[in-house]
Each structure stands twice: as C-alpha cells, then as structure tokens.
Design a protein around this ligand. Structure first.
Ligand SMILES: Nc1ncnc2c1ncn2[C@@H]1O[C@H](COP(=O)(O)OP(=O)(O)O)[C@@H](O)[C@H]1O
Ligand SMILES: [Mg+2]
Length: 390
C-alpha cells in the first residue's frame, strides 16, 4: 500500500504563529508513519511557503532565517488530474524542471487568522484538496464570536447576553454605544475582539472607565468587538466533538482549572515546556460534574457542532454558572481543537485520532464530489442552434 501523503500546513501570518509550530510538530510526531508520510509546509511570517526536512526539527525554529535558507520555497498548484502538486522553486539551473510533491490530504495546523477562519479552507477548496476539519462556513462562523453567538442564539442554544460594536462607530461617537451596553448588560463585562483566540485582547470591566479602556485594548486587534455579560462565579467545561455531521461523537468533559482566571497567552502556551503546549495546562478529567450534567453538556456540544456546520473535530467550551446552567462560550475548530487528551480515556490515542480525522476528511471530500457544481455541456456551443434563451 502506498502511503497517504499528508501536507501539514502551519505558521502563517497570525499572532498564533508560534503556537501553530508546536501543534504541527505534535501532529508530525504522532502521525502513524506506516500509513502516512507527513510533508511539512511552513508559512513564514512574510507569507511565503516552505518545505524541507529541517522543518521537522523543533530546535531549528530558534533561528528562522537559517531554517528558511535550508528549506525550499513552494506553492500550491491546482492540477486537474487529482494529484495536487507542491512545486519547489528550482535551485538548480534556470531551465531545469521544478520538483513536485504529490499531496493527498492536508492537515491544517494553523491557528487563528487565515488558518482557523476559513481562509486556508477556501484556498484548499479551490485547488480541490481534501483537508481535515471544518470547511469555509463552519470555520468562518466559528471564528467570529459575534456571528457565532448570533447563530447559536437563533438556534435556541444558551449563550450569555451580549452586545457588539464596530470600532469605527466607537471612534465617531462612543456615548450611544456605552448607553446601549449599560442598558442591556450589567458590570462586570467581558470585552473581546471578535476574531482572535488564546485570550489575546480580552479584558474584564468593572465600571464605565474600565469598559472604555477594554474597548480601546480590543480595538488594537479587531474592527469588531463583542461585549459580554461577565459571569463571576463560574466553572469552565470543555467537550470535544468528532464526526461529519452524522454519527457525531462527544468526548469526555474536562474542567480546565487554570483558566478560572484569565490565562494569558504566555501562560497558556509558553509556561509549559515547549512541546506540551496547551495539553500541559492543569485540568480535571473527567470534569467534576454529575453524569446528568455531563450528558447535557455533551448533547449541547453536538448540537453546537451541527448548527455551526462543523466537520472533523471541534472543541466546544462552556461556562457553567453557579446554578449549573451551561452557556456555550465558544467553539474552537481545527486546529485549536486538537484536544487529544479528551479522547485518550476513550481508548483513542493521538495517532489514532489523527488517523480518524484524515479518514473523515477523505470521506467529506468524497461526499462533496457528489454535488453538482457545473454541467459538462458548454452552453456557449448551443448558441445559434435555437436552444438557448437569455
Ligand atoms: N462571559 C464571560 N464571563 C466570564 N468569563 C469569561 C466570559 N467569557 C470568557 N471568559 C473567560 O475568558 C477566557 C477567554 O475567553 P474565550 O471566549 O474563550 O476567548 P478565546 O477565544 O481567546 O479563548 C475564558 O476561558 C473564560 O475564562
Ligand atoms: Mg477560549
């Protein structure tokens, strides 16, 4: 059996660039090497794409310019025959043919902007490559905290009360915005940029001055800002869901302990020795909640996954208030969601999880190929034969 070639795309023009490198290393280390061949595809902060053996080595990332000098610049080439090629720019002579690399499926490991928000997914759709995780719509809606909450609310799922604003309106005239927020919500409030993750740009406000400051902070990161009712006495519960809309399976529920207070970006990713990344944060697994509440959270997680048109895997994060009412806080689509530790107790180790996700990606690709996107008939040929009508 020839190996399935898996392009692992990571890095990218995002504040979560470094986190993405760690995720990609974990995927490439844990992938079943008998079945798959991983091809690293690193997007530098400049936006240029690279591949090469040195990209497998975590130590090399300490000196990026040296690493890039050892690697080959590449780009995606759409190919009609189904073999999607990654052409290496020739270092050889001017007229020598570019090298190519077949890719069978992509494992996106890019967090945040461009990777998790549907942009990369759109590119992969256009070249026709199967890829792991949610497609364009699910990724885009899941990434935007305003759109996500609106869809969830419309679908009858429990979300905290919220309001949102546009940075330009805020700059022009903040007073009506403050009045609207204070009419609908009460302090403390949580202010978040709509489109980031990893707690970046998020703050809590206890009064009007705090609110103004928090909006200014969030405005550095995004044009769109969400202001949420802040819960004071709450527990966080996360649950992962896997599948392609049918046969959805929910993982165990965890309580991520140190997130009780905001965990800063550094704390979340940099405090634990490199490789462990988020998996190293302390948690209670399974979460110390009743079986009944666990079931309720798992069902809500599956409904959220389906409602947001997700695919592959996603982790749904909940806030549980004092009365044990669960609110859906956010969905983390790929790769923010590869919480392999939630699946391990169910007998699915990281390697098997990667295997399942690639299987789901290939299935989803086959399913999509069944839909009609174009007709073989060239209607322009029929013109003048009395068969076309404007
Ligand atoms: N409405 C809220 N009330 C209280 N705390 C919140 C609220 N929303 C978020 N938080 C806290 O902030 C953290 C980060 O918020 P979250 O929406 O998960 O953003 P991110 O996408 O950056 O992870 C959460 O893990 C939680 O601790
Ligand atoms: Mg979160």
């Amino acid at each position: 059996m020839p190996k399935t070639i898996v392009g692992v795309i990571f890095g990218g023009r995002s504040v979560e660039h470094e986190v993405s490198i760690v995720t990609a290393q974990q995927i490439m280390e844990n992938i079943d090497k008998h079945k798959y061949e991983a091809v690293p595809i690193y997007i530098a902060k400049s936006g240029e794409w690279y591949t090469g053996a040195a990209l497998f080595n975590m130590q090399e990332y300490k000196n990026i310019s040296k690493l890039l000098a050892k690697s080959d610049k590449v780009f995606l080439q759409p190919a009609g025959d189904g073999n999607h090629l990654l052409y290496k720019t020739q270092r050889q002579g001017l007229f020598s043919r570019p090298k190519s690399q077949r890719l069978d499926v992509i494992f996106p490991a890019m967090h945040g902007t461009f990777g998790e928000d549907g942009c990369l997914q759109g590119l992969l759709e256009m070249v026709g490559l199967p890829y792991v995780g949610a497609a364009v719509l699910g990724s885009a809606v899941g990434m935007d905290k305003i759109m996500m909450k609106a869809v969830l609310k419309d679908g009858g799922l429990p979300v905290v009360d919220y309001s949102w604003l546009n940075h330009h309106q805020w700059e022009d005239n903040p007073q009506p915005i403050i009045e609207r927020i204070e009419r609908h919500l009460h302090y403390p409030l949580i202010i978040k940029p709509a489109n980031l993750g990893s707690s970046i740009g998020i703050s809590q406000a206890r009064d009007q001055d705090g609110l103004k400051f928090a909006i200014d902070v969030a405005s550095h990161y995004d044009r769109r800002i969400i202001v949420e009712q802040g819960l004071t006495d709450f527990m966080e519960i996360n649950c992962s869901v896997m599948g392609n809309q049918h046969d959805l399976q929910a993982s165990l529920c965890e309580q991520p302990l140190s997130w009780q207070k905001f965990l800063s970006y550094e704390e979340k990713y940099l405090s634990k020795a490199g490789k462990q990344g988020m998996a190293g944060s302390s948690r209670k697994l399974p979460a110390p909640i009743s079986d009944e509440l666990t079931k309720q959270v798992q069902e809500l997680a599956k409904t959220t996954f389906a409602l947001l048109d997700c695919r592959g895997i996603a982790r749904i994060d909940f806030l549980l208030d004092k009365g044990n009412t669960p609110y859906v806080n956010e969905i983390n689509t790929m790769p923010g969601s590869v919480s392999f530790y939630l699946w391990e107790p169910l007998g699915i180790d990281f390697g098997q999880l990667i295997d399942r996700l690639i299987g789901l990606a290939l299935d989803a690709h086959k399913q999509r190929a069944k839909y009609i996107y174009s007709y073989d008939t060239n209607i322009l040929n029929l013109q003048g034969k009395g068969q076309t009508q404007a």
